[in-house]
Design a protein around this ligand. Structure first.
Ligand code: PBG
Ligand code: ZN
Length: 329
């Protein structure tokens, strides 16, 4: 009997290239961007690699630079100067979205993150009850829907609710359609877990839930890491409510969820490589323990294997360079 060889197709660069089943490509990436009203100069986000809290001017300059590196899809997080309990002014964010679309038109695809945590005094993703120990669903959904309308009206190609309230996708789809915004895509953070991997982001978006309320964390609205079936139910529900794109977040620690859900629900799936995941890889590389490009590409390949068709990554702007370095012959 002749022994089977699996090594024949590993021996040369040529045959390895031919036999790969997933191939990350720069066009699959979405680059998150931060803009803050209070800044006069842009500031680097701690832990991340060339990610800044931009000013309105530097935001446009950064997008122009990213376009040079093949990145044309963006997810904007905007932090207004004024914080509130329940009355939110969307003018600053809407103005930034309009400015980006005015400058770059359809050469960029622009998604707006929709949440309230950068605008609330307490840093929660919705409106609190009077006792300040609970996020109330209906009032929060109304406020989120107003934000989505303002962002889509300003020209965002996509609105991406990250708040985890019940029913926000249906409310947004109904409101968008009723206001002539039938073409605006909804990308729902449908499987967003209550994770410890969001650290650098909260500094960047100024959105950490503080000590000002009895509610210290987001466990009462984000999915428990030990309940994958909740992620399936929430994603089925969001699909039913009209979400166009679903998402698993974080990425690597939840690949099992991505693999199962993307097989179960035939919609496009996004994966969010969170700020903590990116920062972890940066630290490995900084300690000389890993090649930053190599480990990022390996993480991206894993996300594609698990069924993602798009990757939201703080390192998207390095993808073209890092992917070209992985060519192994
Ligand atoms: C807030 C929001 C978070 C992220 C996106 N939108 C953090 C959170 O829920 O606390 C995570 C981003 C990241 O860590 O990269 N709605
Ligand atoms: Zn939030």
């Amino acid at each position: 009997m002749v022994g089977l060889s699996y090594r024949r197709t590993r021996l040369s660069g040529a045959v390895r290239e031919l036999t790969r089943q997933v191939r990350p490509a720069v066009e699959q990436f979405i680059q998150p961007l931060f803009v803050a009203e209070t800044l006069s100069h842009r500031e680097a986000v701690p832990g991340l690699n060339k990610v800044w809290r931009e000013t309105p001017d530097s935001l446009l300059e950064q997008i122009a630079a990213d376009l040079q590196h093949g990145i044309s899809k963006f997810l904007l997080f905007s932090t207004p100067a004024h914080k509130s309990e329940a009355e939110f002014d969307h003018a600053f964010t809407a103005k930034q979205l309009a400015a980006v679309k005015h400058e770059f038109g359809d050469s960029v695809w622009l998604a707006a993150d929709v949440c309230l945590c950068s605008a609330t005094t307490h840093g929660h993703c919705g409106i609190l009850n009077e006792a300040r120990d609970e996020v109330v669903n209906e009032a929060s959904v109304d406020a989120l829907t107003n934000a989505a309308l303002a962002y889509a009206g300003a020209g965002a190609d996509c609105v991406a609710p990250s708040d985890m309230m019940d029913g926000r996708v249906a409310a947004m789809r109904t409101a968008l359609d009723a206001n002539g915004l039938q073409q605006t895509v909804i990308m729902s953070y449908s499987a967003k877990f209550h994770s410890g991997f969001y650290g650098p982001f909260r500094l960047a978006a100024d959105s950490a839930p503080g000590n000002a309320t009895a509610l210290r964390d987001r466990a009462s609205y984000q999915i428990d890491p030990a309940r994958p079936s909740d992620a399936l139910l929430s994603s089925l529900r969001d699909a039913d409510e009209g979400a166009d794109i679903l998402m698993v977040k974080p990425g690597l620690p939840y690949l099992d969820v991505l693999a199962e859900l993307s097989r179960e629900i035939p919609l496009p799936w996004a994966v969010y490589q969170t700020s903590g995941e990116s920062a972890g890889l940066n630290l490995l590389a900084r300690e000389g323990l890993a090649d930053l490009g190599r480990v990022n590409v390996e993480a991206w390949v894993a996300c594609l294997r698990a069924g993602a068709s798009m990757i939201i990554s703080y390192d998207a702007r390095h993808a073209q360079h890092w992917l070209s370095q992985q060519n192994d012959r």
